[in-house]
Write a protein that binds this ligand. Structure first.
Ligand SMILES: [Zn+2]
Ligand SMILES: [Zn+2]
Length: 339
């Protein structure tokens, strides 16, 4: 069978002699249908990690169950499914307290420490599998994972109906956050994004106004001249965190979702204290978040398909990673077809 292997910094290869996996009693075998390329994967391609060289990439995927382990109860052959790729320990303090996104094995996941889904067949533990309703396509099924990141971010930010929000970065995650905020009753949604095609997409998906990043002051003016209640930083650079601090109203909450710079250099860091700003990081999702994401897609309240800009074959994956690693580009979510 074919698969896409992360070989290390700037190296992705395609193999066609991979062995079709066998399943354990608590696992199912899946014929993979669609796999999204994730920003974390592109980050690993640029820096060499956290993906482990030699592993198959891919953690945003959908497929069909074709074989079932003897201990598996609630799933059937033929189920259309997506998979929560995180592999929690179920034993640590956080897992016991229903916070598996903070598990001590936080980084332990399909496509990162374990072989991922960018291949014809994958075996996964049944408890990680989520069934897709009939009206949720395989493409939207492969979007459930990034959508869950956006839902978790909005939930953990304590956003309230009627709040005003600014989103920095209209990539796939930023565009999901816009849609989740719309569903959650945002009064105004402002976006900072430099790429024109992504600005347009942000407006299409529910943003009220979109500006170039250096025009952040316009958002302050439009938000009662004091700034929005929330900023969602979907980029995570020193410059975007700094803009967040300048932009947000006193007492507001900055939620940092993106991870780029490992060190923040902030000339305006004092604003954090002077303006009583809350700044919080958010990571991952829980099983319940997956169920919420699937429900939003089922009801048509959020679209994953609208953020897909490219549908490619496995052979095109290496050159696509190279393109995605060299911004600015117009690509949003790139979907790899395994059907
Ligand atoms: Zn991802
Ligand atoms: Zn744990």
């Amino acid at each position: 069978m074919k698969g896409v292997i992360f070989e290390g910094k700037h190296k992705i290869s395609i193999k066609d002699d991979l062995i079709k996996p066998e399943i354990n009693p608590d696992e199912v075998l899946i014929k993979v249908k669609k796999v999204g390329i994730c920003g974390t994967g592109v980050g690993s391609y640029e820096s060499g990690g956290p993906y482990i060289p030699g592993n198959i990439v891919g953690h945003e995927f959908s497929g069909e169950i074709i074989e079932i382990g003897e201990k598996v109860k609630k799933l059937k052959i033929g189920n259309r499914i997506t998979v929560n790729p995180q592999i929690p320990c179920h034993e640590c303090y956080y897992c016991i307290h229903d916070q598996e996104n903070k598990c001590k094995l936080q980084n332990y996941a399909l496509g990162t420490t374990e072989h991922g889904a960018m291949r014809d067949y994958i075996n996964v533990k049944a408890e990680r599998v989520h069934i897709l309703p009939d009206n949720v396509s395989y493409e939207n099924g492969a979007i459930v994972e990034p959508l869950s990141i956006a839902i978790n971010a909005v939930q953990e930010s304590d956003f309230k109906i009627g709040d005003k929000a600014a989103i920095i970065g209209a990539g796939p995650i930023g565009l999901m956050v816009i849609q989740v905020l719309r569903v959650s009753g945002a009064q105004k949604i402002f976006v900072l994004e430099p790429v024109e095609s992504k600005q347009k997409k942000a407006l299409d998906l529910g943003a009220d106004r979109v500006f170039n990043p250096n025009a952040w002051n316009k958002i302050v003016r439009l938000a009662d001249k004091i700034g929005p209640d929330h900023v969602y930083d979907c980029v995570g650079l020193s410059s975007t965190v700094s803009t967040s601090l300048s932009l947000i109203k006193k007492g507001g909450c900055i939620t940092v979702i993106g991870m780029h710079d490992s060190t923040y250099e902030l000339k305006n860091a004092g604003l954090l204290t002077i303006n009583s700003i809350t700044m919080k990081g958010v990571y991952g999702y829980k099983q319940e978040t997956f169920r919420t994401a699937i429900s939003l897609l089922e009801q048509g309240k959020v679209s994953g398909e609208l953020i897909i800009t490219n549908r490619i074959k496995i052979e095109e994956v290496p050159q696509m990673f190279e393109k995605l690693a060299n911004p600015p580009h117009d690509e949003l979510k790139v979907m790899v077809d395994f059907e």
